[in-house]
Design a protein around this ligand. Structure first.
Ligand code: ADP
Ligand code: MP5
Length: 268
């Protein structure tokens, strides 16, 4: 039996809706063997982030080494990398082990407003990680920080995608979850734009949408899909997960990681 393998390098969300937990759930339901290298432990629930404990550089590097030299990796994603030395260490290890199909989710701020990337770390992301990435998946506030521009329209999303592409990433996916109207995302490969659109659901339960979406892209890349197809499937996955969200907790609740597969199974 051939098994596709995906590694997430990200923070732990004790509430289970975002971070490592969202990634591993997504890998599993999409039929991919999931592995993890934790960068931080957060004490977190649907109401917010109550504590952040970054792991040592040694602990982060050892986890990546352990997985890469033994189990092997078909695709990889990064999430919360809070500090410049963590970004540098992760980039160094990805290069050393030549890990393929890198999806960078440039996590900066949690839905509740807590800062997950310390100030001045944005330049390190641009310098060290984006040139290694197959796909980078900024939401609008993240795209604004990476480009130094205000983004309010689809045309401005495209301009931001062009600028971020110039940092060396092969594909840029600017997500429009923070705009109004339909939930529109733009994929740019340096030549052409593709649009992925779904209806917008009126819900506050969007905790972990960015993590889940990028983990779904990573899963499909691990299985051998091309980037356009991977984003197409992942968009369906996240749309189902938001539409059928679980309503857990008192704040921004998690999405439903089973929804896509359940619906898919009903149709076959
Ligand atoms: N209310 C919503 N209804 C439908 N899709 C949404 C909604 N909010 C976000 N999305 C989609 O979820 C995915 C994650 O986007 P976004 O919320 O912008 O990322 P992040 O979680 O990083 O802020 C994107 O495909 C976006 O279009
Ligand atoms: C450990 C960790 N990583 C990432 C996010 C971002 O997720 P979101 O912006 O959807 O709340 C988070 N809240 N916690």
């Amino acid at each position: 039996m051939t098994v596709s393998r995906a590694l997430t390098i990200a923070g732990s969300d004790s509430g289970g809706g975002a971070g490592i937990q969202a990634d591993l759930k997504t890998f599993t339901v999409l039929g991919v063997y999931g592995m993890s290298a934790l960068t931080a432990v957060t004490a977190q629930n649907t109401l917010g982030v109550h504590g952040i404990y970054n792991l040592s550089l040694e602990a982060i590097a050892q986890q990546i080494d352990a997985v890469a030299v033994d189990l092997g990796v078909d695709a990889i994603k990064t999430g919360m990398l809070a500090q410049v030395p963590i970004i540098e260490t992760v980039a160094m290890k990805i290069k050393e082990h030549q890990l393929p199909n890198l999806v960078v989710d440039p996590v900066m701020v949690a839905k509740g407003g807590a800062q997950l990337l310390e100030n001045d770390s944005q330049q390190a992301l641009i310098r060290h990680l984006l040139p290694l990435a197959t796909v980078v998946t900024p939401n609008l506030p993240e795209a604004e920080v990476l480009t130094g521009r205000t983004i309010r329209t689809v045309e401005e999303m495209k301009e931001a995608a062009r600028q971020i592409h110039s940092f060396g990433t092969r594909y840029v996916l600017v997500k429009g979850g923070h705009l109004e109207g339909d939930a529109l995302d733009i994929l740019y490969d340096g030549e052409q734009f593709a649009e992925f659109v779904s209806p917008r659901f009126e819900t506050k339960h969007t905790h972990g949408t960015g993590c889940t979406f990028s983990a779904a892209i990573t899963s499909e890349l691990a299985k051998g899909a091309a980037v356009y197809e991977a984003v197409h499937t992942a968009k369906q996955f996240i749309t189902c997960a938001i539409e059928d969200s679980l309503g857990l907790g008192q704040g921004h609740g998690p999405t439903n990681h089973w929804a896509y597969v359940r619906r898919h199974q009903q149709h076959i």
